[in-house]
Design a binder for this molecule. Structure first.
Ligand code: FAD
Length: 335
């Protein structure tokens, strides 16, 4: 099922959430995750889950296996897919297999920078290489549309604080990415998922900018903010640094004050992420006219995200089976 259809079917003032998982390396890891996924599917009822893809296709089999498991558990699934440093055959296989197992949502990503560029930079012989077929995420969006038409709902990534190329962190600026985000959205993206952030003001101004964009391409497309629950002091420091995600002073102070005890760090994190969610929920003017979603980078962990979803009332009620009118008539007739 396409997540875009599910989002559209929600009441405009509703909220929903989704969970990201990565394929475990070992069979034992997969079994652990299986049990956790089953619990989360029943207890948290996310609108969808997403499964990451190892750059260059390194996790192709395992990602597809995990996507298949999610689908068999009744979870609507988004498969991440990168396009650089990977042969066209691996890409074609990934899309064909995704189609076969019932995946109907792809998050189209670039992945690591194309390696040919590195070779070009280093080569003094200056034998110009042809531009790679897949240099940017937009190339993958177009390719999926060309090969598979409307079979998949296609999503793209966005960076509320700007994309930081590891070699040029100083170039991080959301305004620089904007033309490309516009281009890949216009090329056929149905939804946007963002990098995680703790600076909610940066997120809200990013969203406001997209919604107000004169091109109109962002007017109604779901923009799903990414949130990373805080799992420990060390993971928090590492992930924010690795992804060049800004930590506002207030957030940093709270996490540092709790540093001695990771349980307290986790509790502070639950509080901090819940406050972010409540602020985004309150900013209805940039919701794009639809339900508000939140995407959690779970790191395959359950507890923190469960607490946050509960605290912020994101867990949907179990739908009570409606009694069909005909059944009611039949009962009356029996009397
Ligand atoms: P692009 O949209 O191609 O953008 C990359 C950079 O190039 C940006 O600076 C952009 O401004 C610039 N650019 C784009 N188009 C052009 C153009 N035509 N000309 C010049 N410059 C251009 N990585 C994985 O390996 N596996 C995953 O599963 C994964 N999941 C992710 C999920 C989310 C929600 C996010 C936000 C990121 C994820 N990533 C994942 C990381 C992502 O692959 C990397 O950040 C990657 O380096 C950039 O991908 P992109 O799709 O944003 O690239």
């Amino acid at each position: 099922e396409k997540i875009t259809a599910k989002i559209k079917a929600l009441p405009k003032d509703a909220t929903y959430f989704s969970l990201e998982f990565f394929p475990p390396k070992t069979q034992a890891g997969l079994q652990n995750l299986h049990a956790r996924l089953e619990r989360m599917a029943k207890g948290l009822r996310p609108l969808f889950v997403s499964v990451t893809w190892g750059a260059g296709g390194s996790t192709a089999t395992k990602s597809l296996e995990l996507a298949h498991l999610c689908l068999t558990l009744g979870l609507t699934t988004v498969l991440h897919l990168t396009c650089t440093n990977m042969s066209r055959a691996v890409l074609d296989d990934a899309l064909d297999n995704a189609k076969l197992i019932g995946v109907r949502n792809i998050l189209a990503l670039r992945g690591d920078e194309p390696r040919q560029h590195e070779y070009l930079d280093r080569s003094s012989a200056a034998t110009p290489l042809p531009p790679p077929e897949f240099a940017h995420a937009v190339d993958l969006v177009k390719y999926i549309r060309k090969r598979h038409g409307d079979l998949f709902a296609v999503g793209v990534a966005a960076y509320p604080e700007g994309y930081a190329e590891s070699a040029y962190p100083e170039r991080q600026d959301p305004l620089q990415d904007l033309p490309y985000l516009r281009e890949k959205t216009a090329a056929g993206a149905d939804f946007i998922m963002t990098q995680f952030f703790y600076d909610v003001d940066a997120y809200l101004s990013f969203e406001r900018r997209l919604r107000g964009d004169a091109s109109g391409v962002f007017d109604t497309v779901p923009i799903i903010p990414g949130l990373m629950p805080v799992q420990s002091h060390q993971i928090f420091r590492r992930t924010t640094k690795l992804c060049s995600v800004k930590v506002p002073q207030g957030v940093s102070d709270r996490i540092e004050a709790a540093k001695a005890d990771d349980e307290v760090v986790k509790e502070q994190g639950i509080q901090i992420v819940s406050e972010i969610i409540e602020r985004i929920k309150a900013s209805t003017e940039t919701a794009g006219g639809g339900a508000r979603g939140f995407h959690f980078y779970t790191l395959n962990l359950e507890k923190a995200v469960a607490f946050i979803a509960e605290k912020c009332n994101l867990i949907p009620e179990i739908p009570t089976p409606a009694i069909a009118i005909e059944d009611e008539v039949a009962i009356v007739d029996d009397d």
